[in-house]
Structures are given as structure tokens and as C-alpha cells.
Write a protein that binds this ligand. Structure first.
Ligand code: AQP
Length: 331
């Protein structure tokens, strides 16, 4: 029997190439050998301030990106987290086996507090618990994610273990699966590429925007003029080349940079072409899909209906084990 996995992206803005590399690209590669659930995790997106009138548009936008990037809703379940209420139900039960001190040490929480000191809410603090619930609800054995999510996966395994030790063997301990572009920096070269920091190449950027963003992006700060030799190891553009370019192009750029044989723009132009090739077809398919929102809604409704029985079965077992159900009420 094929094993399950759940992985998701929060509809907190337009999806970017970090989301593509860390998550969606891997999902498409794994969708034939697993029973995958691809979530659009809208409850997670509520942990940051947002305009409610935009949420439905963001959900459809994410769905269009998933499909345009190659996810097949027939092979996997594509769903919205809030359509399956068992996610929050399980999160509550997991809250009760989660030590607060452990949660407060999670680095992503500290990072979000640094970025948004005026909106440190309980949802943000409990984000990893809801994420653990997302994963464990489907008894996932693997979770394809970007590197930033590794602490959340460690936490998920710990919580699964705690639950199993307290109430009996229920959940597998899921392993993370990382891709080669598991953590790409934003165009500023400082922070992780992130929707909320708007330092991204988005999956719907036009060719002109891609060219403009990359040609003005910082490179090795010590390389001030065309004739100065540079150091590719400190250049953010070179870090993108490592993910998107061929070994020959990589060598050409590294050697050309170190010897001042090529300028930064020559190096960027190679990358610009790769980005246009990657983003162009996704952008076009997205546009086409977004023109048919009813079809997107139908796919998401159908995904919710297929996810629900799996979620209900897990919750029935969890309720039995935790003693909160009495006969005939668990499912
Ligand atoms: N820069 C990145 N490099 C590689 N993978 C990344 N992911 C996100 N950024 C990068 C991966 O995308 C998946 C979904 O992430 P998410 O949207 O649920 O949360 P996030 O990691 O917090 O993404 P953002 O863009 O940074 O969202 P905001 O700004 O709203 O917090 C995950 O697998 C993640 O690893």
C-alpha cells in the first residue's frame, strides 16, 4: 500500500520560487508513489494580519499555482484546511500534550516575533501544533518541505511520540524530505525568500518583472566595478545558479566572476533566461485557471470531501484513545 503524506502552503500571499522549490516541485515528483494530501492551509494564514475580503482570492490563487506547477488533483487530494474541521480538533488535543517551554524555543516563532512585534498572537505561538495536527491527521510518514520547516518536523515527531507514549501507539513519526533548493534567500540576499517580506520572484511575475528584479538584485558587495574580481561564494545570484543552472553554466559563472572575465549582468542574464523558462509556462497556466474560478472551487470542494473520511477515521481513534468519546460518538 502506498504511504500517505500531507504538506501545505499558507495562502498568505502570492506563491514564489521558494515555495515551488521547497514544496510544490517535490510534491509533483512524489505524487505517483505516495497518497498525498496537498493543503492550502488557510487557518495558518490567519496568524498574520490580513484583509478578510482577500482570503478567498488567495486560496484560489494558491490552487491555480498548485495545478499550474504540475499537481494532479486526481492523483492526490488538493484541499483547503478549513474545509476539514478535524485539523483544529486534533490540534486542540495535541495542545494538551505540548509543553509551552518547548514551543517557545522554536526558531520560526522567534523570527516571526522579530518581524511582527506588534502581532504576537496565540495562533502564531501554537502554529507548530496545528502543523503537527495537519501532518498526523493523515498519518503522514514523510513531509516534503523547505529547510525552514525542519524544526517544525522535529517538533511534530516529538509530539507524536508524546501522544503515543501517553495514549498508545497511534501516529507514525514523519520524516522531512528536502530538495536541492530547500532554502533560498530573498532577492535582498539577507532573509529567506518569504511572501510576507515581499523579497520574492513570484510564480506569476512577467518576463519584464523577472528581468528587472534580477538585474537590480545585489551580488558580491565587494565587486564594485566590472573589472574587479568577485567571490561567487558570497553572491546571492550565484546561490540561485546553484539551483537553476547547468554544471557548465555554474563553472562559467564562478570562473568568470573570480577572474573578472564576465560582469555581474552577464551572469544574471543566464539566470534570467532560466527563470523565464520556469515561470513563463506556470504563469500562463495560472492565468487560464484563474479565469475559471468555479472549476477551482469544484476541485477544492471535492478534495475536502475526499480528505474528510481519512480525517474522521483518525479522530475516531484519537477520541477512543484519549477517552473523550463514548460508544457510538467517536466517528
Ligand atoms: N525561501 C524558501 N526556500 C525553500 N522553501 C521555502 N518554503 C517557503 N519559503 C522557502 C517552503 O514552502 C512551503 C510552504 O511555506 P508556507 O507558505 O506555508 O510558509 P513559509 O515557509 O512561512 O513561507 P513564506 O513565503 O515565508 O510565507 P510567509 O511569509 O507568509 O511566512 C514550506 O514547505 C516551506 O518550507
Amino acid at each position: 500500500m502506498r504511504k500517505n503524506f500531507f504538506s501545505g502552503i499558507q495562502p498568505s500571499g502570492r506563491l514564489h520560487i521558494g515555495n515551488y522549490l521547497g514544496a510544490i516541485k517535490q510534491w509533483t515528483a512524489l505524487q505517483d508513489s505516495y497518497e498525498p494530501v496537498f493543503g492550502i492551509v488557510d487557518y495558518h494564514a490567519m496568524t498574520a494580519r490580513y484583509d478578510p475580503s482577500e482570503m478567498q482570492g488567495r486560496v484560489l490563487d494558491a490552487a491555480a499555482s498548485y495545478l499550474a506547477a504540475g499537481l494532479d488533483p486526481e492523483r492526490g487530494i488538493m484541499m483547503v484546511q478549513s474545509h476539514v474541521p478535524e485539523h483544529v480538533e486534533l490540534a486542540w488535543i495535541l495542545n494538551c500534550v505540548t509543553p509551552m517551554g518547548r514551543l517557545s524555543r522554536i526558531p520560526t516563532f522567534k523570527e516571526k516575533v522579530r518581524q511582527n512585534p506588534d502581532n504576537v498572537n496565540m495562533g502564531l505561538f501554537g502554529y507548530p501544533v496545528l502543523m503537527a495536527a495537519d501532518i498526523l491527521l493523515y498519518r503522514s510518514e514523510i513531509v516534503p518541505v523547505g529547510e525552514d520547516q525542519v524544526p517544525h518536523l522535529e517538533f511534530t515527531r516529538e509530539i507524536a511520540r508524546r501522544f503515543n507514549n501517553t495514549f498508545g501507539e497511534t501516529f507514525p513519526e514523519p520524516a522531512e524530505v528536502l530538495s536541492s533548493g530547500a532554502r533560498i534567500l530573498g532577492l535582498d540576499g539577507v532573509d529567506k525568500m518569504s511572501k510576507s517580506l515581499d523579497n520574492c520572484l513570484y510564480l506569476d511575475d512577467t518576463d519584464e518583472v523577472i528581468t528587472k528584479k534580477l538585474s537590480t538584485a545585489p551580488t558580491d558587495p565587494a565587486r564594485k566595478r566590472r573589472d574587479d574580481p568577485g567571490n561567487p561564494d558570497v553572491c546571492n545570484i550565484y546561490s540561485y545558479h546553484k539551483v537553476f543552472s547547468t554544471p557548465e553554466e555554474l563553472e562559467h559563472c564562478a570562473e568568470g566572476c573570480r577572474t573578472a572575465g564576465i560582469g555581474c549582468l552577464d551572469c544574471k542574464n543566464i539566470l534570467i533566461e532560466h527563470m523565464k523558462e520556469l515561470i513563463g509556462p506556470i504563469r500562463e497556466k495560472r492565468t487560464d485557471l484563474l479565469a475559471r474560478p468555479e472549476e477551482l472551487r469544484r476541485i477544492l470542494r471535492d478534495g475536502g470531501e475526499r480528505a474528510r473520511p481519512i480525517a474522521r477515521a483518525t479522530m475516531a481513534e484519537v477520541k477512543e484513545r484519549t477517552g473523550v468519546a463514548f460508544e457510538g460518538t467517536a466517528g
